[in-house]
Design a protein around this ligand. Structure first.
Ligand code: SAH
Length: 351
């Protein structure tokens, strides 16, 4: 049987494991605090744990302990991009962004992705595997320790489709917002999805206070299908109905993400249709000038075109901002760092 990952266990699960080993409840409290408040890497660092127990834990369990492979710091805005190695050798990336309102971390939820969005670098190699709750948490823990600065906001917008790793995502959110963990407010957590409709309904039932961001990227079903294969499975109208339901059940304003691609979805007509489509939903639109990737032909609209698109939405009463692109000089978006790392490894292998 596969060994359980200690860092992925919530408090009740950890307690169960320890009780089954003949330990007392206070050990579970101690260990949970070491892992999730004091950010101990492994049980070896837990100074008040008996050596015999540490040895047994090391034999019977595994413990996520991400290795920092590389940290790239943007010369322009201080954004830092982290490349981590997982225990099985897979590589993932995360980003630390510094804003006036605090530090925000963007994490990956899967190794690779199987959603196939046309403009996205993370999906080019397909899905390798889901990340465990502990592997999502440890991205934040390692970044907080490395920077020695508190992380106050979290976005699940790195590599992967979070709702395609639903159970692990939920456990991760509960552990991250738990008062016996980093205690990051759910209101400061955003989960971005390409629109897996049944999971959006499930998430609404959880009644979490997190923000749901939907990757919309088009104002018609036809255009969306060309950019996002998932649109073939769940049509635009169904996705928007799931968004409305999320607001009704949670009271949380939706975020729509819209990557602007020159001559594909950035016309004034597109803006007008978009406004009509989502105008009645309590929402905010994040416009992201597309980050061109070398494998595809997509071109970013210039600043003026993006501004005109935003203005058109605003005039129609839809709240919109153009996302400040942070860390462009360090490949800080959408799986590009991991991809360039893997390309280099591949070349080395062939040489
Ligand atoms: N699977 C999730 C998270 C993906 S990344 C989702 O689909 O929402 C977060 C956002 O970045 C998504 O809106 C995604 O569509 C967008 N994105 C991916 N690659 C991009 C690129 N090259 N340029 C601009 N936005 C991109």
């Amino acid at each position: 049987m596969e060994k359980k990952d200690l860092k992925s266990l919530n408090y009740d699960q950890l307690q169960q494991e320890l009780l089954a080993m003949g330990e007392k409840t206070f050990r579970a409290r101690q260990m949970y605090q070491w892992f999730h408040e004091k950010l101990a890497d492994t049980p070896q660092d837990m100074s008040n744990l008996p050596q015999a127990l540490k040895n047994r834990l090391a034999q019977e369990y595994v413990c996520t302990d991400l290795e920092i492979l590389e940290v790239l710091t943007s010369a322009t805005d201080g954004t830092q991009k982290f490349l981590f190695r997982l225990a099985d050798g897979n590589v993932i990336e995360s980003v630390l962004m510094r804003y006036h309102h605090g530090n925000s971390v963007c994490i990956s939820s899967q190794v690779g992705c199987r959603m196939g969005c046309r403009f996205c670098a993370s999906t080019l190699g397909g899905l390798t595997r889901n990340l465990l709750p502990g592997e999502m948490l440890d991205q934040i823990y390692k970044i907080q320790k490395y920077s020695n600065e508190r992380v106050s906001n979290l976005v699940v917008m790195g590599t992967g489709e979070p709702l395609d790793n639903y159970e692990n995502l939920l456990q991760f959110i509960h552990m991250l917002s738990d008062e016996h963990g980093l205690h990051i407010s759910q209101r400061n957590i955003t989960v971005s999805t390409c629109g897996i409709v049944p999971r959006m309904y499930d998430l609404a039932k959880e009644k979490l206070q997190i923000t749901l961001a939907l990757s919309l990227h088009a104002s018609t079903q036809e255009k969306r299908t060309k950019l996002m294969p998932i649109a073939l499975k769940y049509e635009l109208e169904e996705v928007l109905a799931a968004c409305r339901n999320y607001f009704e059940k949670t009271g949380r304003r939706l975020t729509f993400e819209y990557s602007l691609v020159s001559n594909v979805n950035d016309s004034q007509e597109d803006a007008k249709r978009l406004a009509a489509l989502i105008g009645k939903i309590n929402c905010h639109v994040n416009l992201i000038p597309v980050n061109p990737i070398k494998e595809r032909e997509f071109v970013q609209p210039d600043r003026r075109a993006a501004e005109q698109f935003r203005a058109k939405l605003e005039r129609a009463g839809v709240n919109a901002t153009i996302r400040r692109t942070l860390g462009e000089d360090v490949n800080a978006s959408c799986g590009q760092l991991r991809k360039s790392y893997m390309d280099t490894q591949e070349k080395k292998g062939q040489a």
